[in-house]
Write a protein that binds this ligand. Structure first.
Ligand code: HEC
Ligand code: HEC
Ligand code: HEC
Ligand code: HEC
Ligand code: HEC
Ligand code: HEC
Ligand code: HEC
Length: 257
């Protein structure tokens, strides 16, 4: 069995059999489930090298991709990176790329769910992006670099992923909420949530991740101001009359409107 080191994070383990029969996932998301890559009727696995001939544009960037770590390296074994998402490629390859001979996960997220099982649950929550409308690859790149677009160190470009569709949150604002310099996912779960607007929390907890709250004899202080009655009377910190312009404001430094 050959394993590449970083895989231990989500602990995907490949059984290195010649036929690459099955691989095991033992991790936080699935408890010892045996999973299979997608199937294509009548097809067998040919290995990633076989894709190079016709899809050099994809294969050339794949080395540094998050999912390239799924490959089983070594001479004896075929590198199965591509087919772990696209299914066995023999029929596709022989037919020179015939229609309907290979799986395209863009159309169905099931391929991704087989390894990221917990995401299926998140996408079924009442508030979320609908996979049929906003596919995984709008925000994730399976073929090159970090699988999270704009991920790693470049937070500005992580927001860019969201802003290409959500223009009205772009600003620039006269008073920008500095929370946006972190990234959109500090407050939203893009995969789905039980809270409206895909919020990570439906109450002040969302804001208290960053804003310190101090209870004293005279009141409950946030940002140097007593919030005791506000928090009792209003629904949320972003209710009308409070910090309604939660992403940023053109007129009010306290993000009220
Ligand atoms: C993590 C899963 C995953 C892996 C691994 C993967 N792909 Fe893909 N592939 C996708 C998804 C998702 C799409 C649809 C992307 C889109 O349309 O934006 C796709 C689309 C494609 C397409 C058609 C669209 C295009 O970009 O021309 C080709 C060809 C392709 N992949 C080839 C490959 C090859 C070759 C490899 C291995 C080097 C590979 N893929 C590895 C998930 C994967
Ligand atoms: C002999 C050439 C050839 C080889 C080898 C080949 N493909 Fe293709 N592939 C094509 C052609 C032609 C198309 C259709 C036109 C296009 O989208 O580029 C295609 C399309 C695809 C698509 C998009 C299918 C869709 O329904 O949207 C994927 C995904 C894909 N190939 C993956 C692979 C993978 C993975 C391998 C290696 C196992 C591979 N291909 C090997 C020629 C080839
Ligand atoms: C064969 C199993 C497998 C399939 C299929 C698969 N993934 Fe993954 N994916 C993994 C593993 C394992 C990791 C963790 C790699 C690591 O941490 O180095 C990962 C990592 C990721 C990450 C990055 C996590 C991070 O913290 O950087 C994203 C995003 C992701 N996958 C999305 C997808 C999407 C979208 C698809 C479908 C197009 C998909 N995956 C298909 C196994 C898979
Ligand atoms: C490809 C376009 C696209 C991208 C990229 C995108 N969204 Fe969305 N977003 C939508 C659509 C369309 C909806 C409406 C719900 C649906 O049909 O999926 C939506 C809905 C939402 C909503 C709920 C709005 C409401 O009124 O309930 C929030 C919040 C949101 N997106 C945040 C984000 C964040 C954060 C990101 C980046 C991580 C992001 N979106 C990336 C298209 C996109
Ligand atoms: C609207 C944008 C968007 C869509 C659509 C989306 N994701 Fe994500 N995903 C993200 C962002 C942003 C992160 C980073 C989360 C963070 O920073 O907290 C992420 C992280 C992940 C991760 C790694 C971290 C984690 O939460 O476990 C996986 C795995 C993943 N996504 C899988 C998927 C799959 C599978 C799909 C499609 C079914 C999908 N995502 C669709 C935006 C998206
Ligand atoms: C500090 C937390 C926070 C951050 C960071 C944040 N949002 Fe929001 N967002 C909210 C809250 C709270 C709401 C609900 C507002 C309401 O219901 O009036 C919301 C609502 C939305 C909506 C729905 C808009 C509507 O008119 O109902 C979209 C779309 C959205 N956010 C996108 C984004 C994007 C894109 C980013 C990153 C650029 C982002 N958000 C960053 C807290 C945040
Ligand atoms: C990721 C961290 C983070 C989160 C989450 C967050 N904020 Fe902020 N917020 C900041 C930072 C940093 C500042 C600028 C420094 C300061 O004024 O405390 C700021 C400033 C503000 C200001 C302006 C203060 C002033 O008068 O100058 C308001 C109002 C505000 N936030 C409200 C909210 C609300 C409401 C929420 C929840 C929806 C929230 N914040 C969530 C980080 C965050």
């Amino acid at each position: 069995m050959t394993l590449r080191p970083r895989l231990t994070k989500n602990a995907l383990i490949f059984g290195g059999t010649a036929a690459w029969g099955l691989f095991l996932v033992s991790c936080v998301m699935v408890n010892r489930n045996v999973i299979m890559p997608p199937t294509v009727p009548g097809a067998t696995f040919v290995g990633s090298k076989a894709c190079e001939e016709c899809h050099a544009d994809v294969t050339k960037g794949f080395g540094g991709a998050t999912h390239a770590k799924l490959m089983t390296p070594g001479d004896a074994q075929k590198e199965m990176g591509c087919e772990s998402c696209h299914g066995p490629g023999s029929v596709h390859t022989k037919s020179g790329g015939g229609a309907g001979t290979i799986v395209n996960p863009q159309k169905k997220a099931d391929t991704c769910y087989q390894c990221h099982l917990e995401k299926r649950g998140e996408f079924n929550l009442p508030y979320g992006h609908k996979p049929g409308v906003v596919g995984c690859s709008e925000c994730h790149d399976p073929h090159k670099g970090d699988a999270i677009k704009g991920g790693g160190v470049r937070l500005a470009s992580a927001n860019e992923t969201c802003l290409k569709c959500h223009e009205s949150q772009r600003g620039p604002y006269v008073f920008e909420h500095e929370a946006l310099r972190d990234n959109c996912s500090v407050c939203h779960n893009p995969h789905g949530s039980t809270n409206p607007k895909m919020l990570k929390a439906r109450n002040a907890t969302l804001c208290l991740q960053c804003h310190y709250q101090q209870q004293t004899a005279t009141g409950l202080y946030i940002g140097g101001r007593d919030h005791q009655t506000y928090l009792q009377q209003r629904g949320t910190c972003w209710s009308a009359g409070c910090h309604e312009a939660v992403h940023g404001s053109h007129v009010n430094s306290s993000l009220r409107f």
